[in-house]
Design a protein around this ligand. Structure first.
Ligand code: IPM
Ligand code: MN
Length: 348
């Protein structure tokens, strides 16, 4: 198969983790006889530097025309005081919106070999849930601004926006443990009350799936005290952002977590972590979140065996202790590059 992939390394550790990811994809291409064509594009701080904008129309156009986008991470403290629309993160948000990537999928599984989590082993063992985070609406995209001594961010959701991601989440659950948990704040927020109404109605089309509800404050506690209760967590943009970082505590590092963002016609894959500016250029960042994102991409291409090969190699690197410092308690950790090399060799 031949696939055209837009590659956005981004800021901070982005180039380092993406280098390993491309290496792994090339290994897959070689072994399974696929041709991956990469187009390198700038988004975030690098785009601000070169084009005075966190993303350009040309970049968006190329992404829209490619089979998928592989995204590293964006963000640089240098731009903290930039105005609305001019921060590195605005490039990513605009890309999500323009590609209509309304459904963000963040799988959380526990790796029992790791001992870097502050959570007790008997609580985290066996965890396997997926966060379905709405990605193009809510408080992230509502009207925002400042006047005098006030600031505001509007949170708006339409029925349609809730419906389309909810259906995907219910469908996913029907192939799993058949449980959807809607996380909201419907005791306070009107948008959350709309979420509940719409999701309850949709659940009637999926009678074999158990639907339950948690307020976001309670859900953040439940993820730590009993993460095994979850199958699919369905939630809005902001709550999904927060819960996914929190869920990374189950293994003790956010560097492990991948994500897929899907729309009706487009695909983007990115680790859930940020640009980790302090680690930039040090060859210490964990490449696994990005590598597993490329595995999710192969799944969406219908390359199941290829995706499994990546997953298997990653699991092997973890069980063999071929890992970066974030998931190693003693001094036996390896570099970003070493981990990538091991996974590459294992695949070939
Ligand atoms: C994420 C990130 C982004 C978000 C940032 C970089 C804008 O934290 O993908 O979770 O808040 O969505
Ligand atoms: Mn986040």
């Amino acid at each position: 198969m031949k696939k055209n992939i837009s590659v956005i390394e981004g800021d901070g550790v982005g180039p380092e983790i993406m280098k390993q990811t491309i290496k792994i994809l090339n290994a897959i291409g070689k072994k399974y006889k696929h041709k991956f064509n990469y187009t390198i594009l700038l988004v975030g701080g690098k785009s601000i530097e070169k084009f005075n904008s966190p993303i350009t129309e040309n970049t968006i156009k190329t992404c829209l025309e490619s089979d998928a986008v592989l995204f590293g991470c964006v963000g640089d403290p240098k731009y903290d005081n930039n105005p609305i629309g001019m921060k590195p993160e605005d490039g990513l948000l605009k890309l999500r919106k323009r590609m209509n990537l309304f459904c963000n999928i963040r799988p959380i599984i526990s790796y029992p070999e790791l001992d870097t989590s502050p959570i007790k082993k008997n609580i985290r063992d066996g965890v396997d849930f997926i966060i379905y985070r709405e990605l193009t609406g809510g408080i992230y995209f509502g009207k925002k601004g400042r006047n005098n001594d006030k600031a505001y961010d509007y949170c708006v959701y339409s029925k349609k926006e809730i419906e389309r991601i909810s259906r995907i989440a219910f469908k996913a659950s029907s192939f799993r443990k058949k449980k959807v948990t809607l996380v909201d704040k419907s005791n306070v927020l009107e948008t959350s009350r709309l979420w509940r109404d719409v999701v309850k109605k949709i659940s009637l089309d999926y009678p074999d799936i158990y639907l339950d509800f948690l307020y976001i404050d309670n859900a953040s506690m439940q993820i730590i005290i009993n993460p095994n209760q979850f199958d699919i967590i369905l939630t809005d943009n902001m709550f999904g952002d927060i819960l996914s970082d929190e869920s990374s505590v189950i293994n003790g590092s956010i560097g492990l977590l991948p994500s897929a963002s899907i729309g009706n016609n487009n695909l983007l894959f990115e680790p859930i972590h940020g640009s980790y500016p302090k680690a930039k250029g040090k060859n210490i960042a964990n490449p696994i979140g990005s590598i597993l994102s490329s595995k999710m991409m192969l799944d969406y291409f219908g390359m199941k065996e290829e995706g499994n090969a990546i997953e298997y190699a990653v699991k092997k690197s973890i069980s063999e202790g071929i890992v970066t410092e974030d998931i190693m308690k003693n001094n036996n950790f390896l570099s970003t590059e070493d981990v990538g090399n091991y996974i590459e060799k294992y695949i070939l």
